[in-house]
Ligand binder design. Structure first.
Ligand SMILES: [Zn+2]
Length: 303
C-alpha cells in the first residue's frame, strides 16, 4: 500500500485493563487522511490524546499516554495491530483509562480491524526512512536502528527460566509476516513476581485467560502458541511502541533485552534529531521492490 488507510466501518469490543483491572468498552472508528491514531476518552467529554511520542507518560510494564492529566494506558498491543495491518488513521474511543487486554496478544485487535475492513485513502503514506544508525545501551540492554529499505526487527531476550533462556527472532514485518508470526504472541508473567507487582498496583486484571503464567519450571496455562512465543511478544510490543513515531518506519531494528522504556527512548531520540531520518513516500514500484525483497528475506530466514 502506498496510500494511507483507515477502517471501513466502526467496530467494538470490551474487556478489562491488564494493570487496572477496570472494565472498558472500546470502539474503533474511521478517521480522515492525515489524522493518525487518536484515542478519545468518552467518559471524559471525548477528550482526545494522539498516539505520538510527545504524549508518552509512564513507561514501565506497559506504555501509557497522557495529555493534560488524561491517561490512556497499555496502548502497545492495539498500536502494534494497526502497524501490522497498515492502518494509518483511526479514532479509538474508550470509556475508561486502560485498553482491554483481551487474550494478551494483538490477535483479537487484528480480527476486529479485519471485521471492520480497510479503506484506502487519497493521501500518499509518508514513511520515516532512517538515514543514519542510532545505538543506545543501558547496562546489558541494547537497542539500535540502521538504515534499510524495509521494516525488520531482530530481537533477543535472555530470561532465567527453563522454558525461555536465550531466544532470538529475526523478522521482516511486511508481506503478512506480522499476522503469521507476531500478532498471536501473548504477554507473559511469572507467579514468582505476581505479589510484588500486585503490591505496586499492577496486573490487577491479569488472569490465565490473558497472559502466559510462568511457574518456576514450566507454565500453568499451556500449550504455547509458538515455541518462542516470549520473544515474539517482545517484537509485538516493540512494533506497538515504535508506532509512536507517528508514521511507519523504514529501518532495521536490533534489540537485546530491551523493554518499553528503551523502545520509547529510541522513538524520542529519533524524533529529536532530524538528521537521522527523512520523510519519504513510496511509488508502487519501490513498494513492490521492498515487498519482494522482504518476501525473499523471510523465506530465507525460515530455512
Ligand atoms: Zn505486551
Amino acid at each position: 500500500m502506498t496510500q494511507e488507510q483507515t477502517v471501513r466501518s466502526a467496530v467494538e469490543c470490551s474487556g478489562v485493563g491488564l494493570h487496572s483491572g477496570a472494565p472498558v468498552s472500546m470502539r474503533i472508528l474511521p478517521a480522515p487522511p492525515g489524522k493518525g491514531i487518536v484515542f478519545r476518552r468518552i467518559d471524559l467529554d471525548g477528550f482526545e490524546v494522539e498516539a505520538i511520542s510527545r504524549n508518552v507518560a509512564r513507561v514501565s510494564y506497559a506504555t501509557s499516554l497522557m495529555k493534560k492529566g488524561v491517561l490512556i494506558s497499555t496502548t502497545e498491543h492495539l498500536l502494534s495491530a494497526f502497524i501490522g495491518l497498515g492502518v494509518d488513521n483511526a479514532i479509538v474511543e474508550i470509556d475508561n483509562l486502560e485498553l482491554p487486554i483481551l487474550d494478551g496478544s494483538a490477535l483479537p485487535f487484528v480480527e476486529l480491524i479485519q471485521e471492520a475492513g480497510l479503506r484506502k485513502q487519497r493521501r500518499p503514506r509518508k514513511y520515516l526512512k532512517i538515514l543514519r544508525e542510532v545505538e543506545m545501551r543501558e547496562g546489558n540492554k541494547f537497542i539500535s536502528v540502521y538504515p534499510a529499505g524495509s521494516y525488520s526487527v531482530s530481537y533477543s531476550i535472555n530470561f532465567p527460566h527453563p522454558l525461555i533462556g536465550k531466544e532470538t527472532l529475526q523478522v521482516e514485518l511486511s508481506n503478512g509476516s506480522y499476522l503469521r508470526k507476531i500478532a498471536g504472541a501473548r504477554t507473559f508473567g511469572s507467579r514468582e513476581d505476581e505479589k510484588a507487582m500486585r503490591d505496586m498496583g499492577l496486573i490487577r486484571g491479569a488472569s490465565r485467560e490473558n497472559c502466559i503464567v510462568l511457574t518456576c519450571d514450566g507454565i500453568e496455562n499451556g500449550p504455547l502458541r509458538f515455541p518462542d512465543e516470549f520473544v515474539r511478544h517482545k517484537v509485538l510490543d516493540l512494533v506497538g511502541d515504535l508506532a509512536l513515531l507517528g508514521k511507519p518506519i523504514l529501518g532495521r531494528i536490533v534489540a537485546d533485552r530491551a523493554g518499553h522504556a528503551m523502545h520509547t527512548a529510541l522513538v524520542s531520540r529519533i524524533l529529536r534529531d532530524k538528521t537521522l531520518w527523512e520523510e519519504v513516500t513510496l511509488s508502487q514500484e519501490e513498494h513492490d521492490t521492498a515487498s519482494s525483497y522482504s518476501a525473499h528475506a523471510s523465506a530465507g530466514s525460515s530455512l
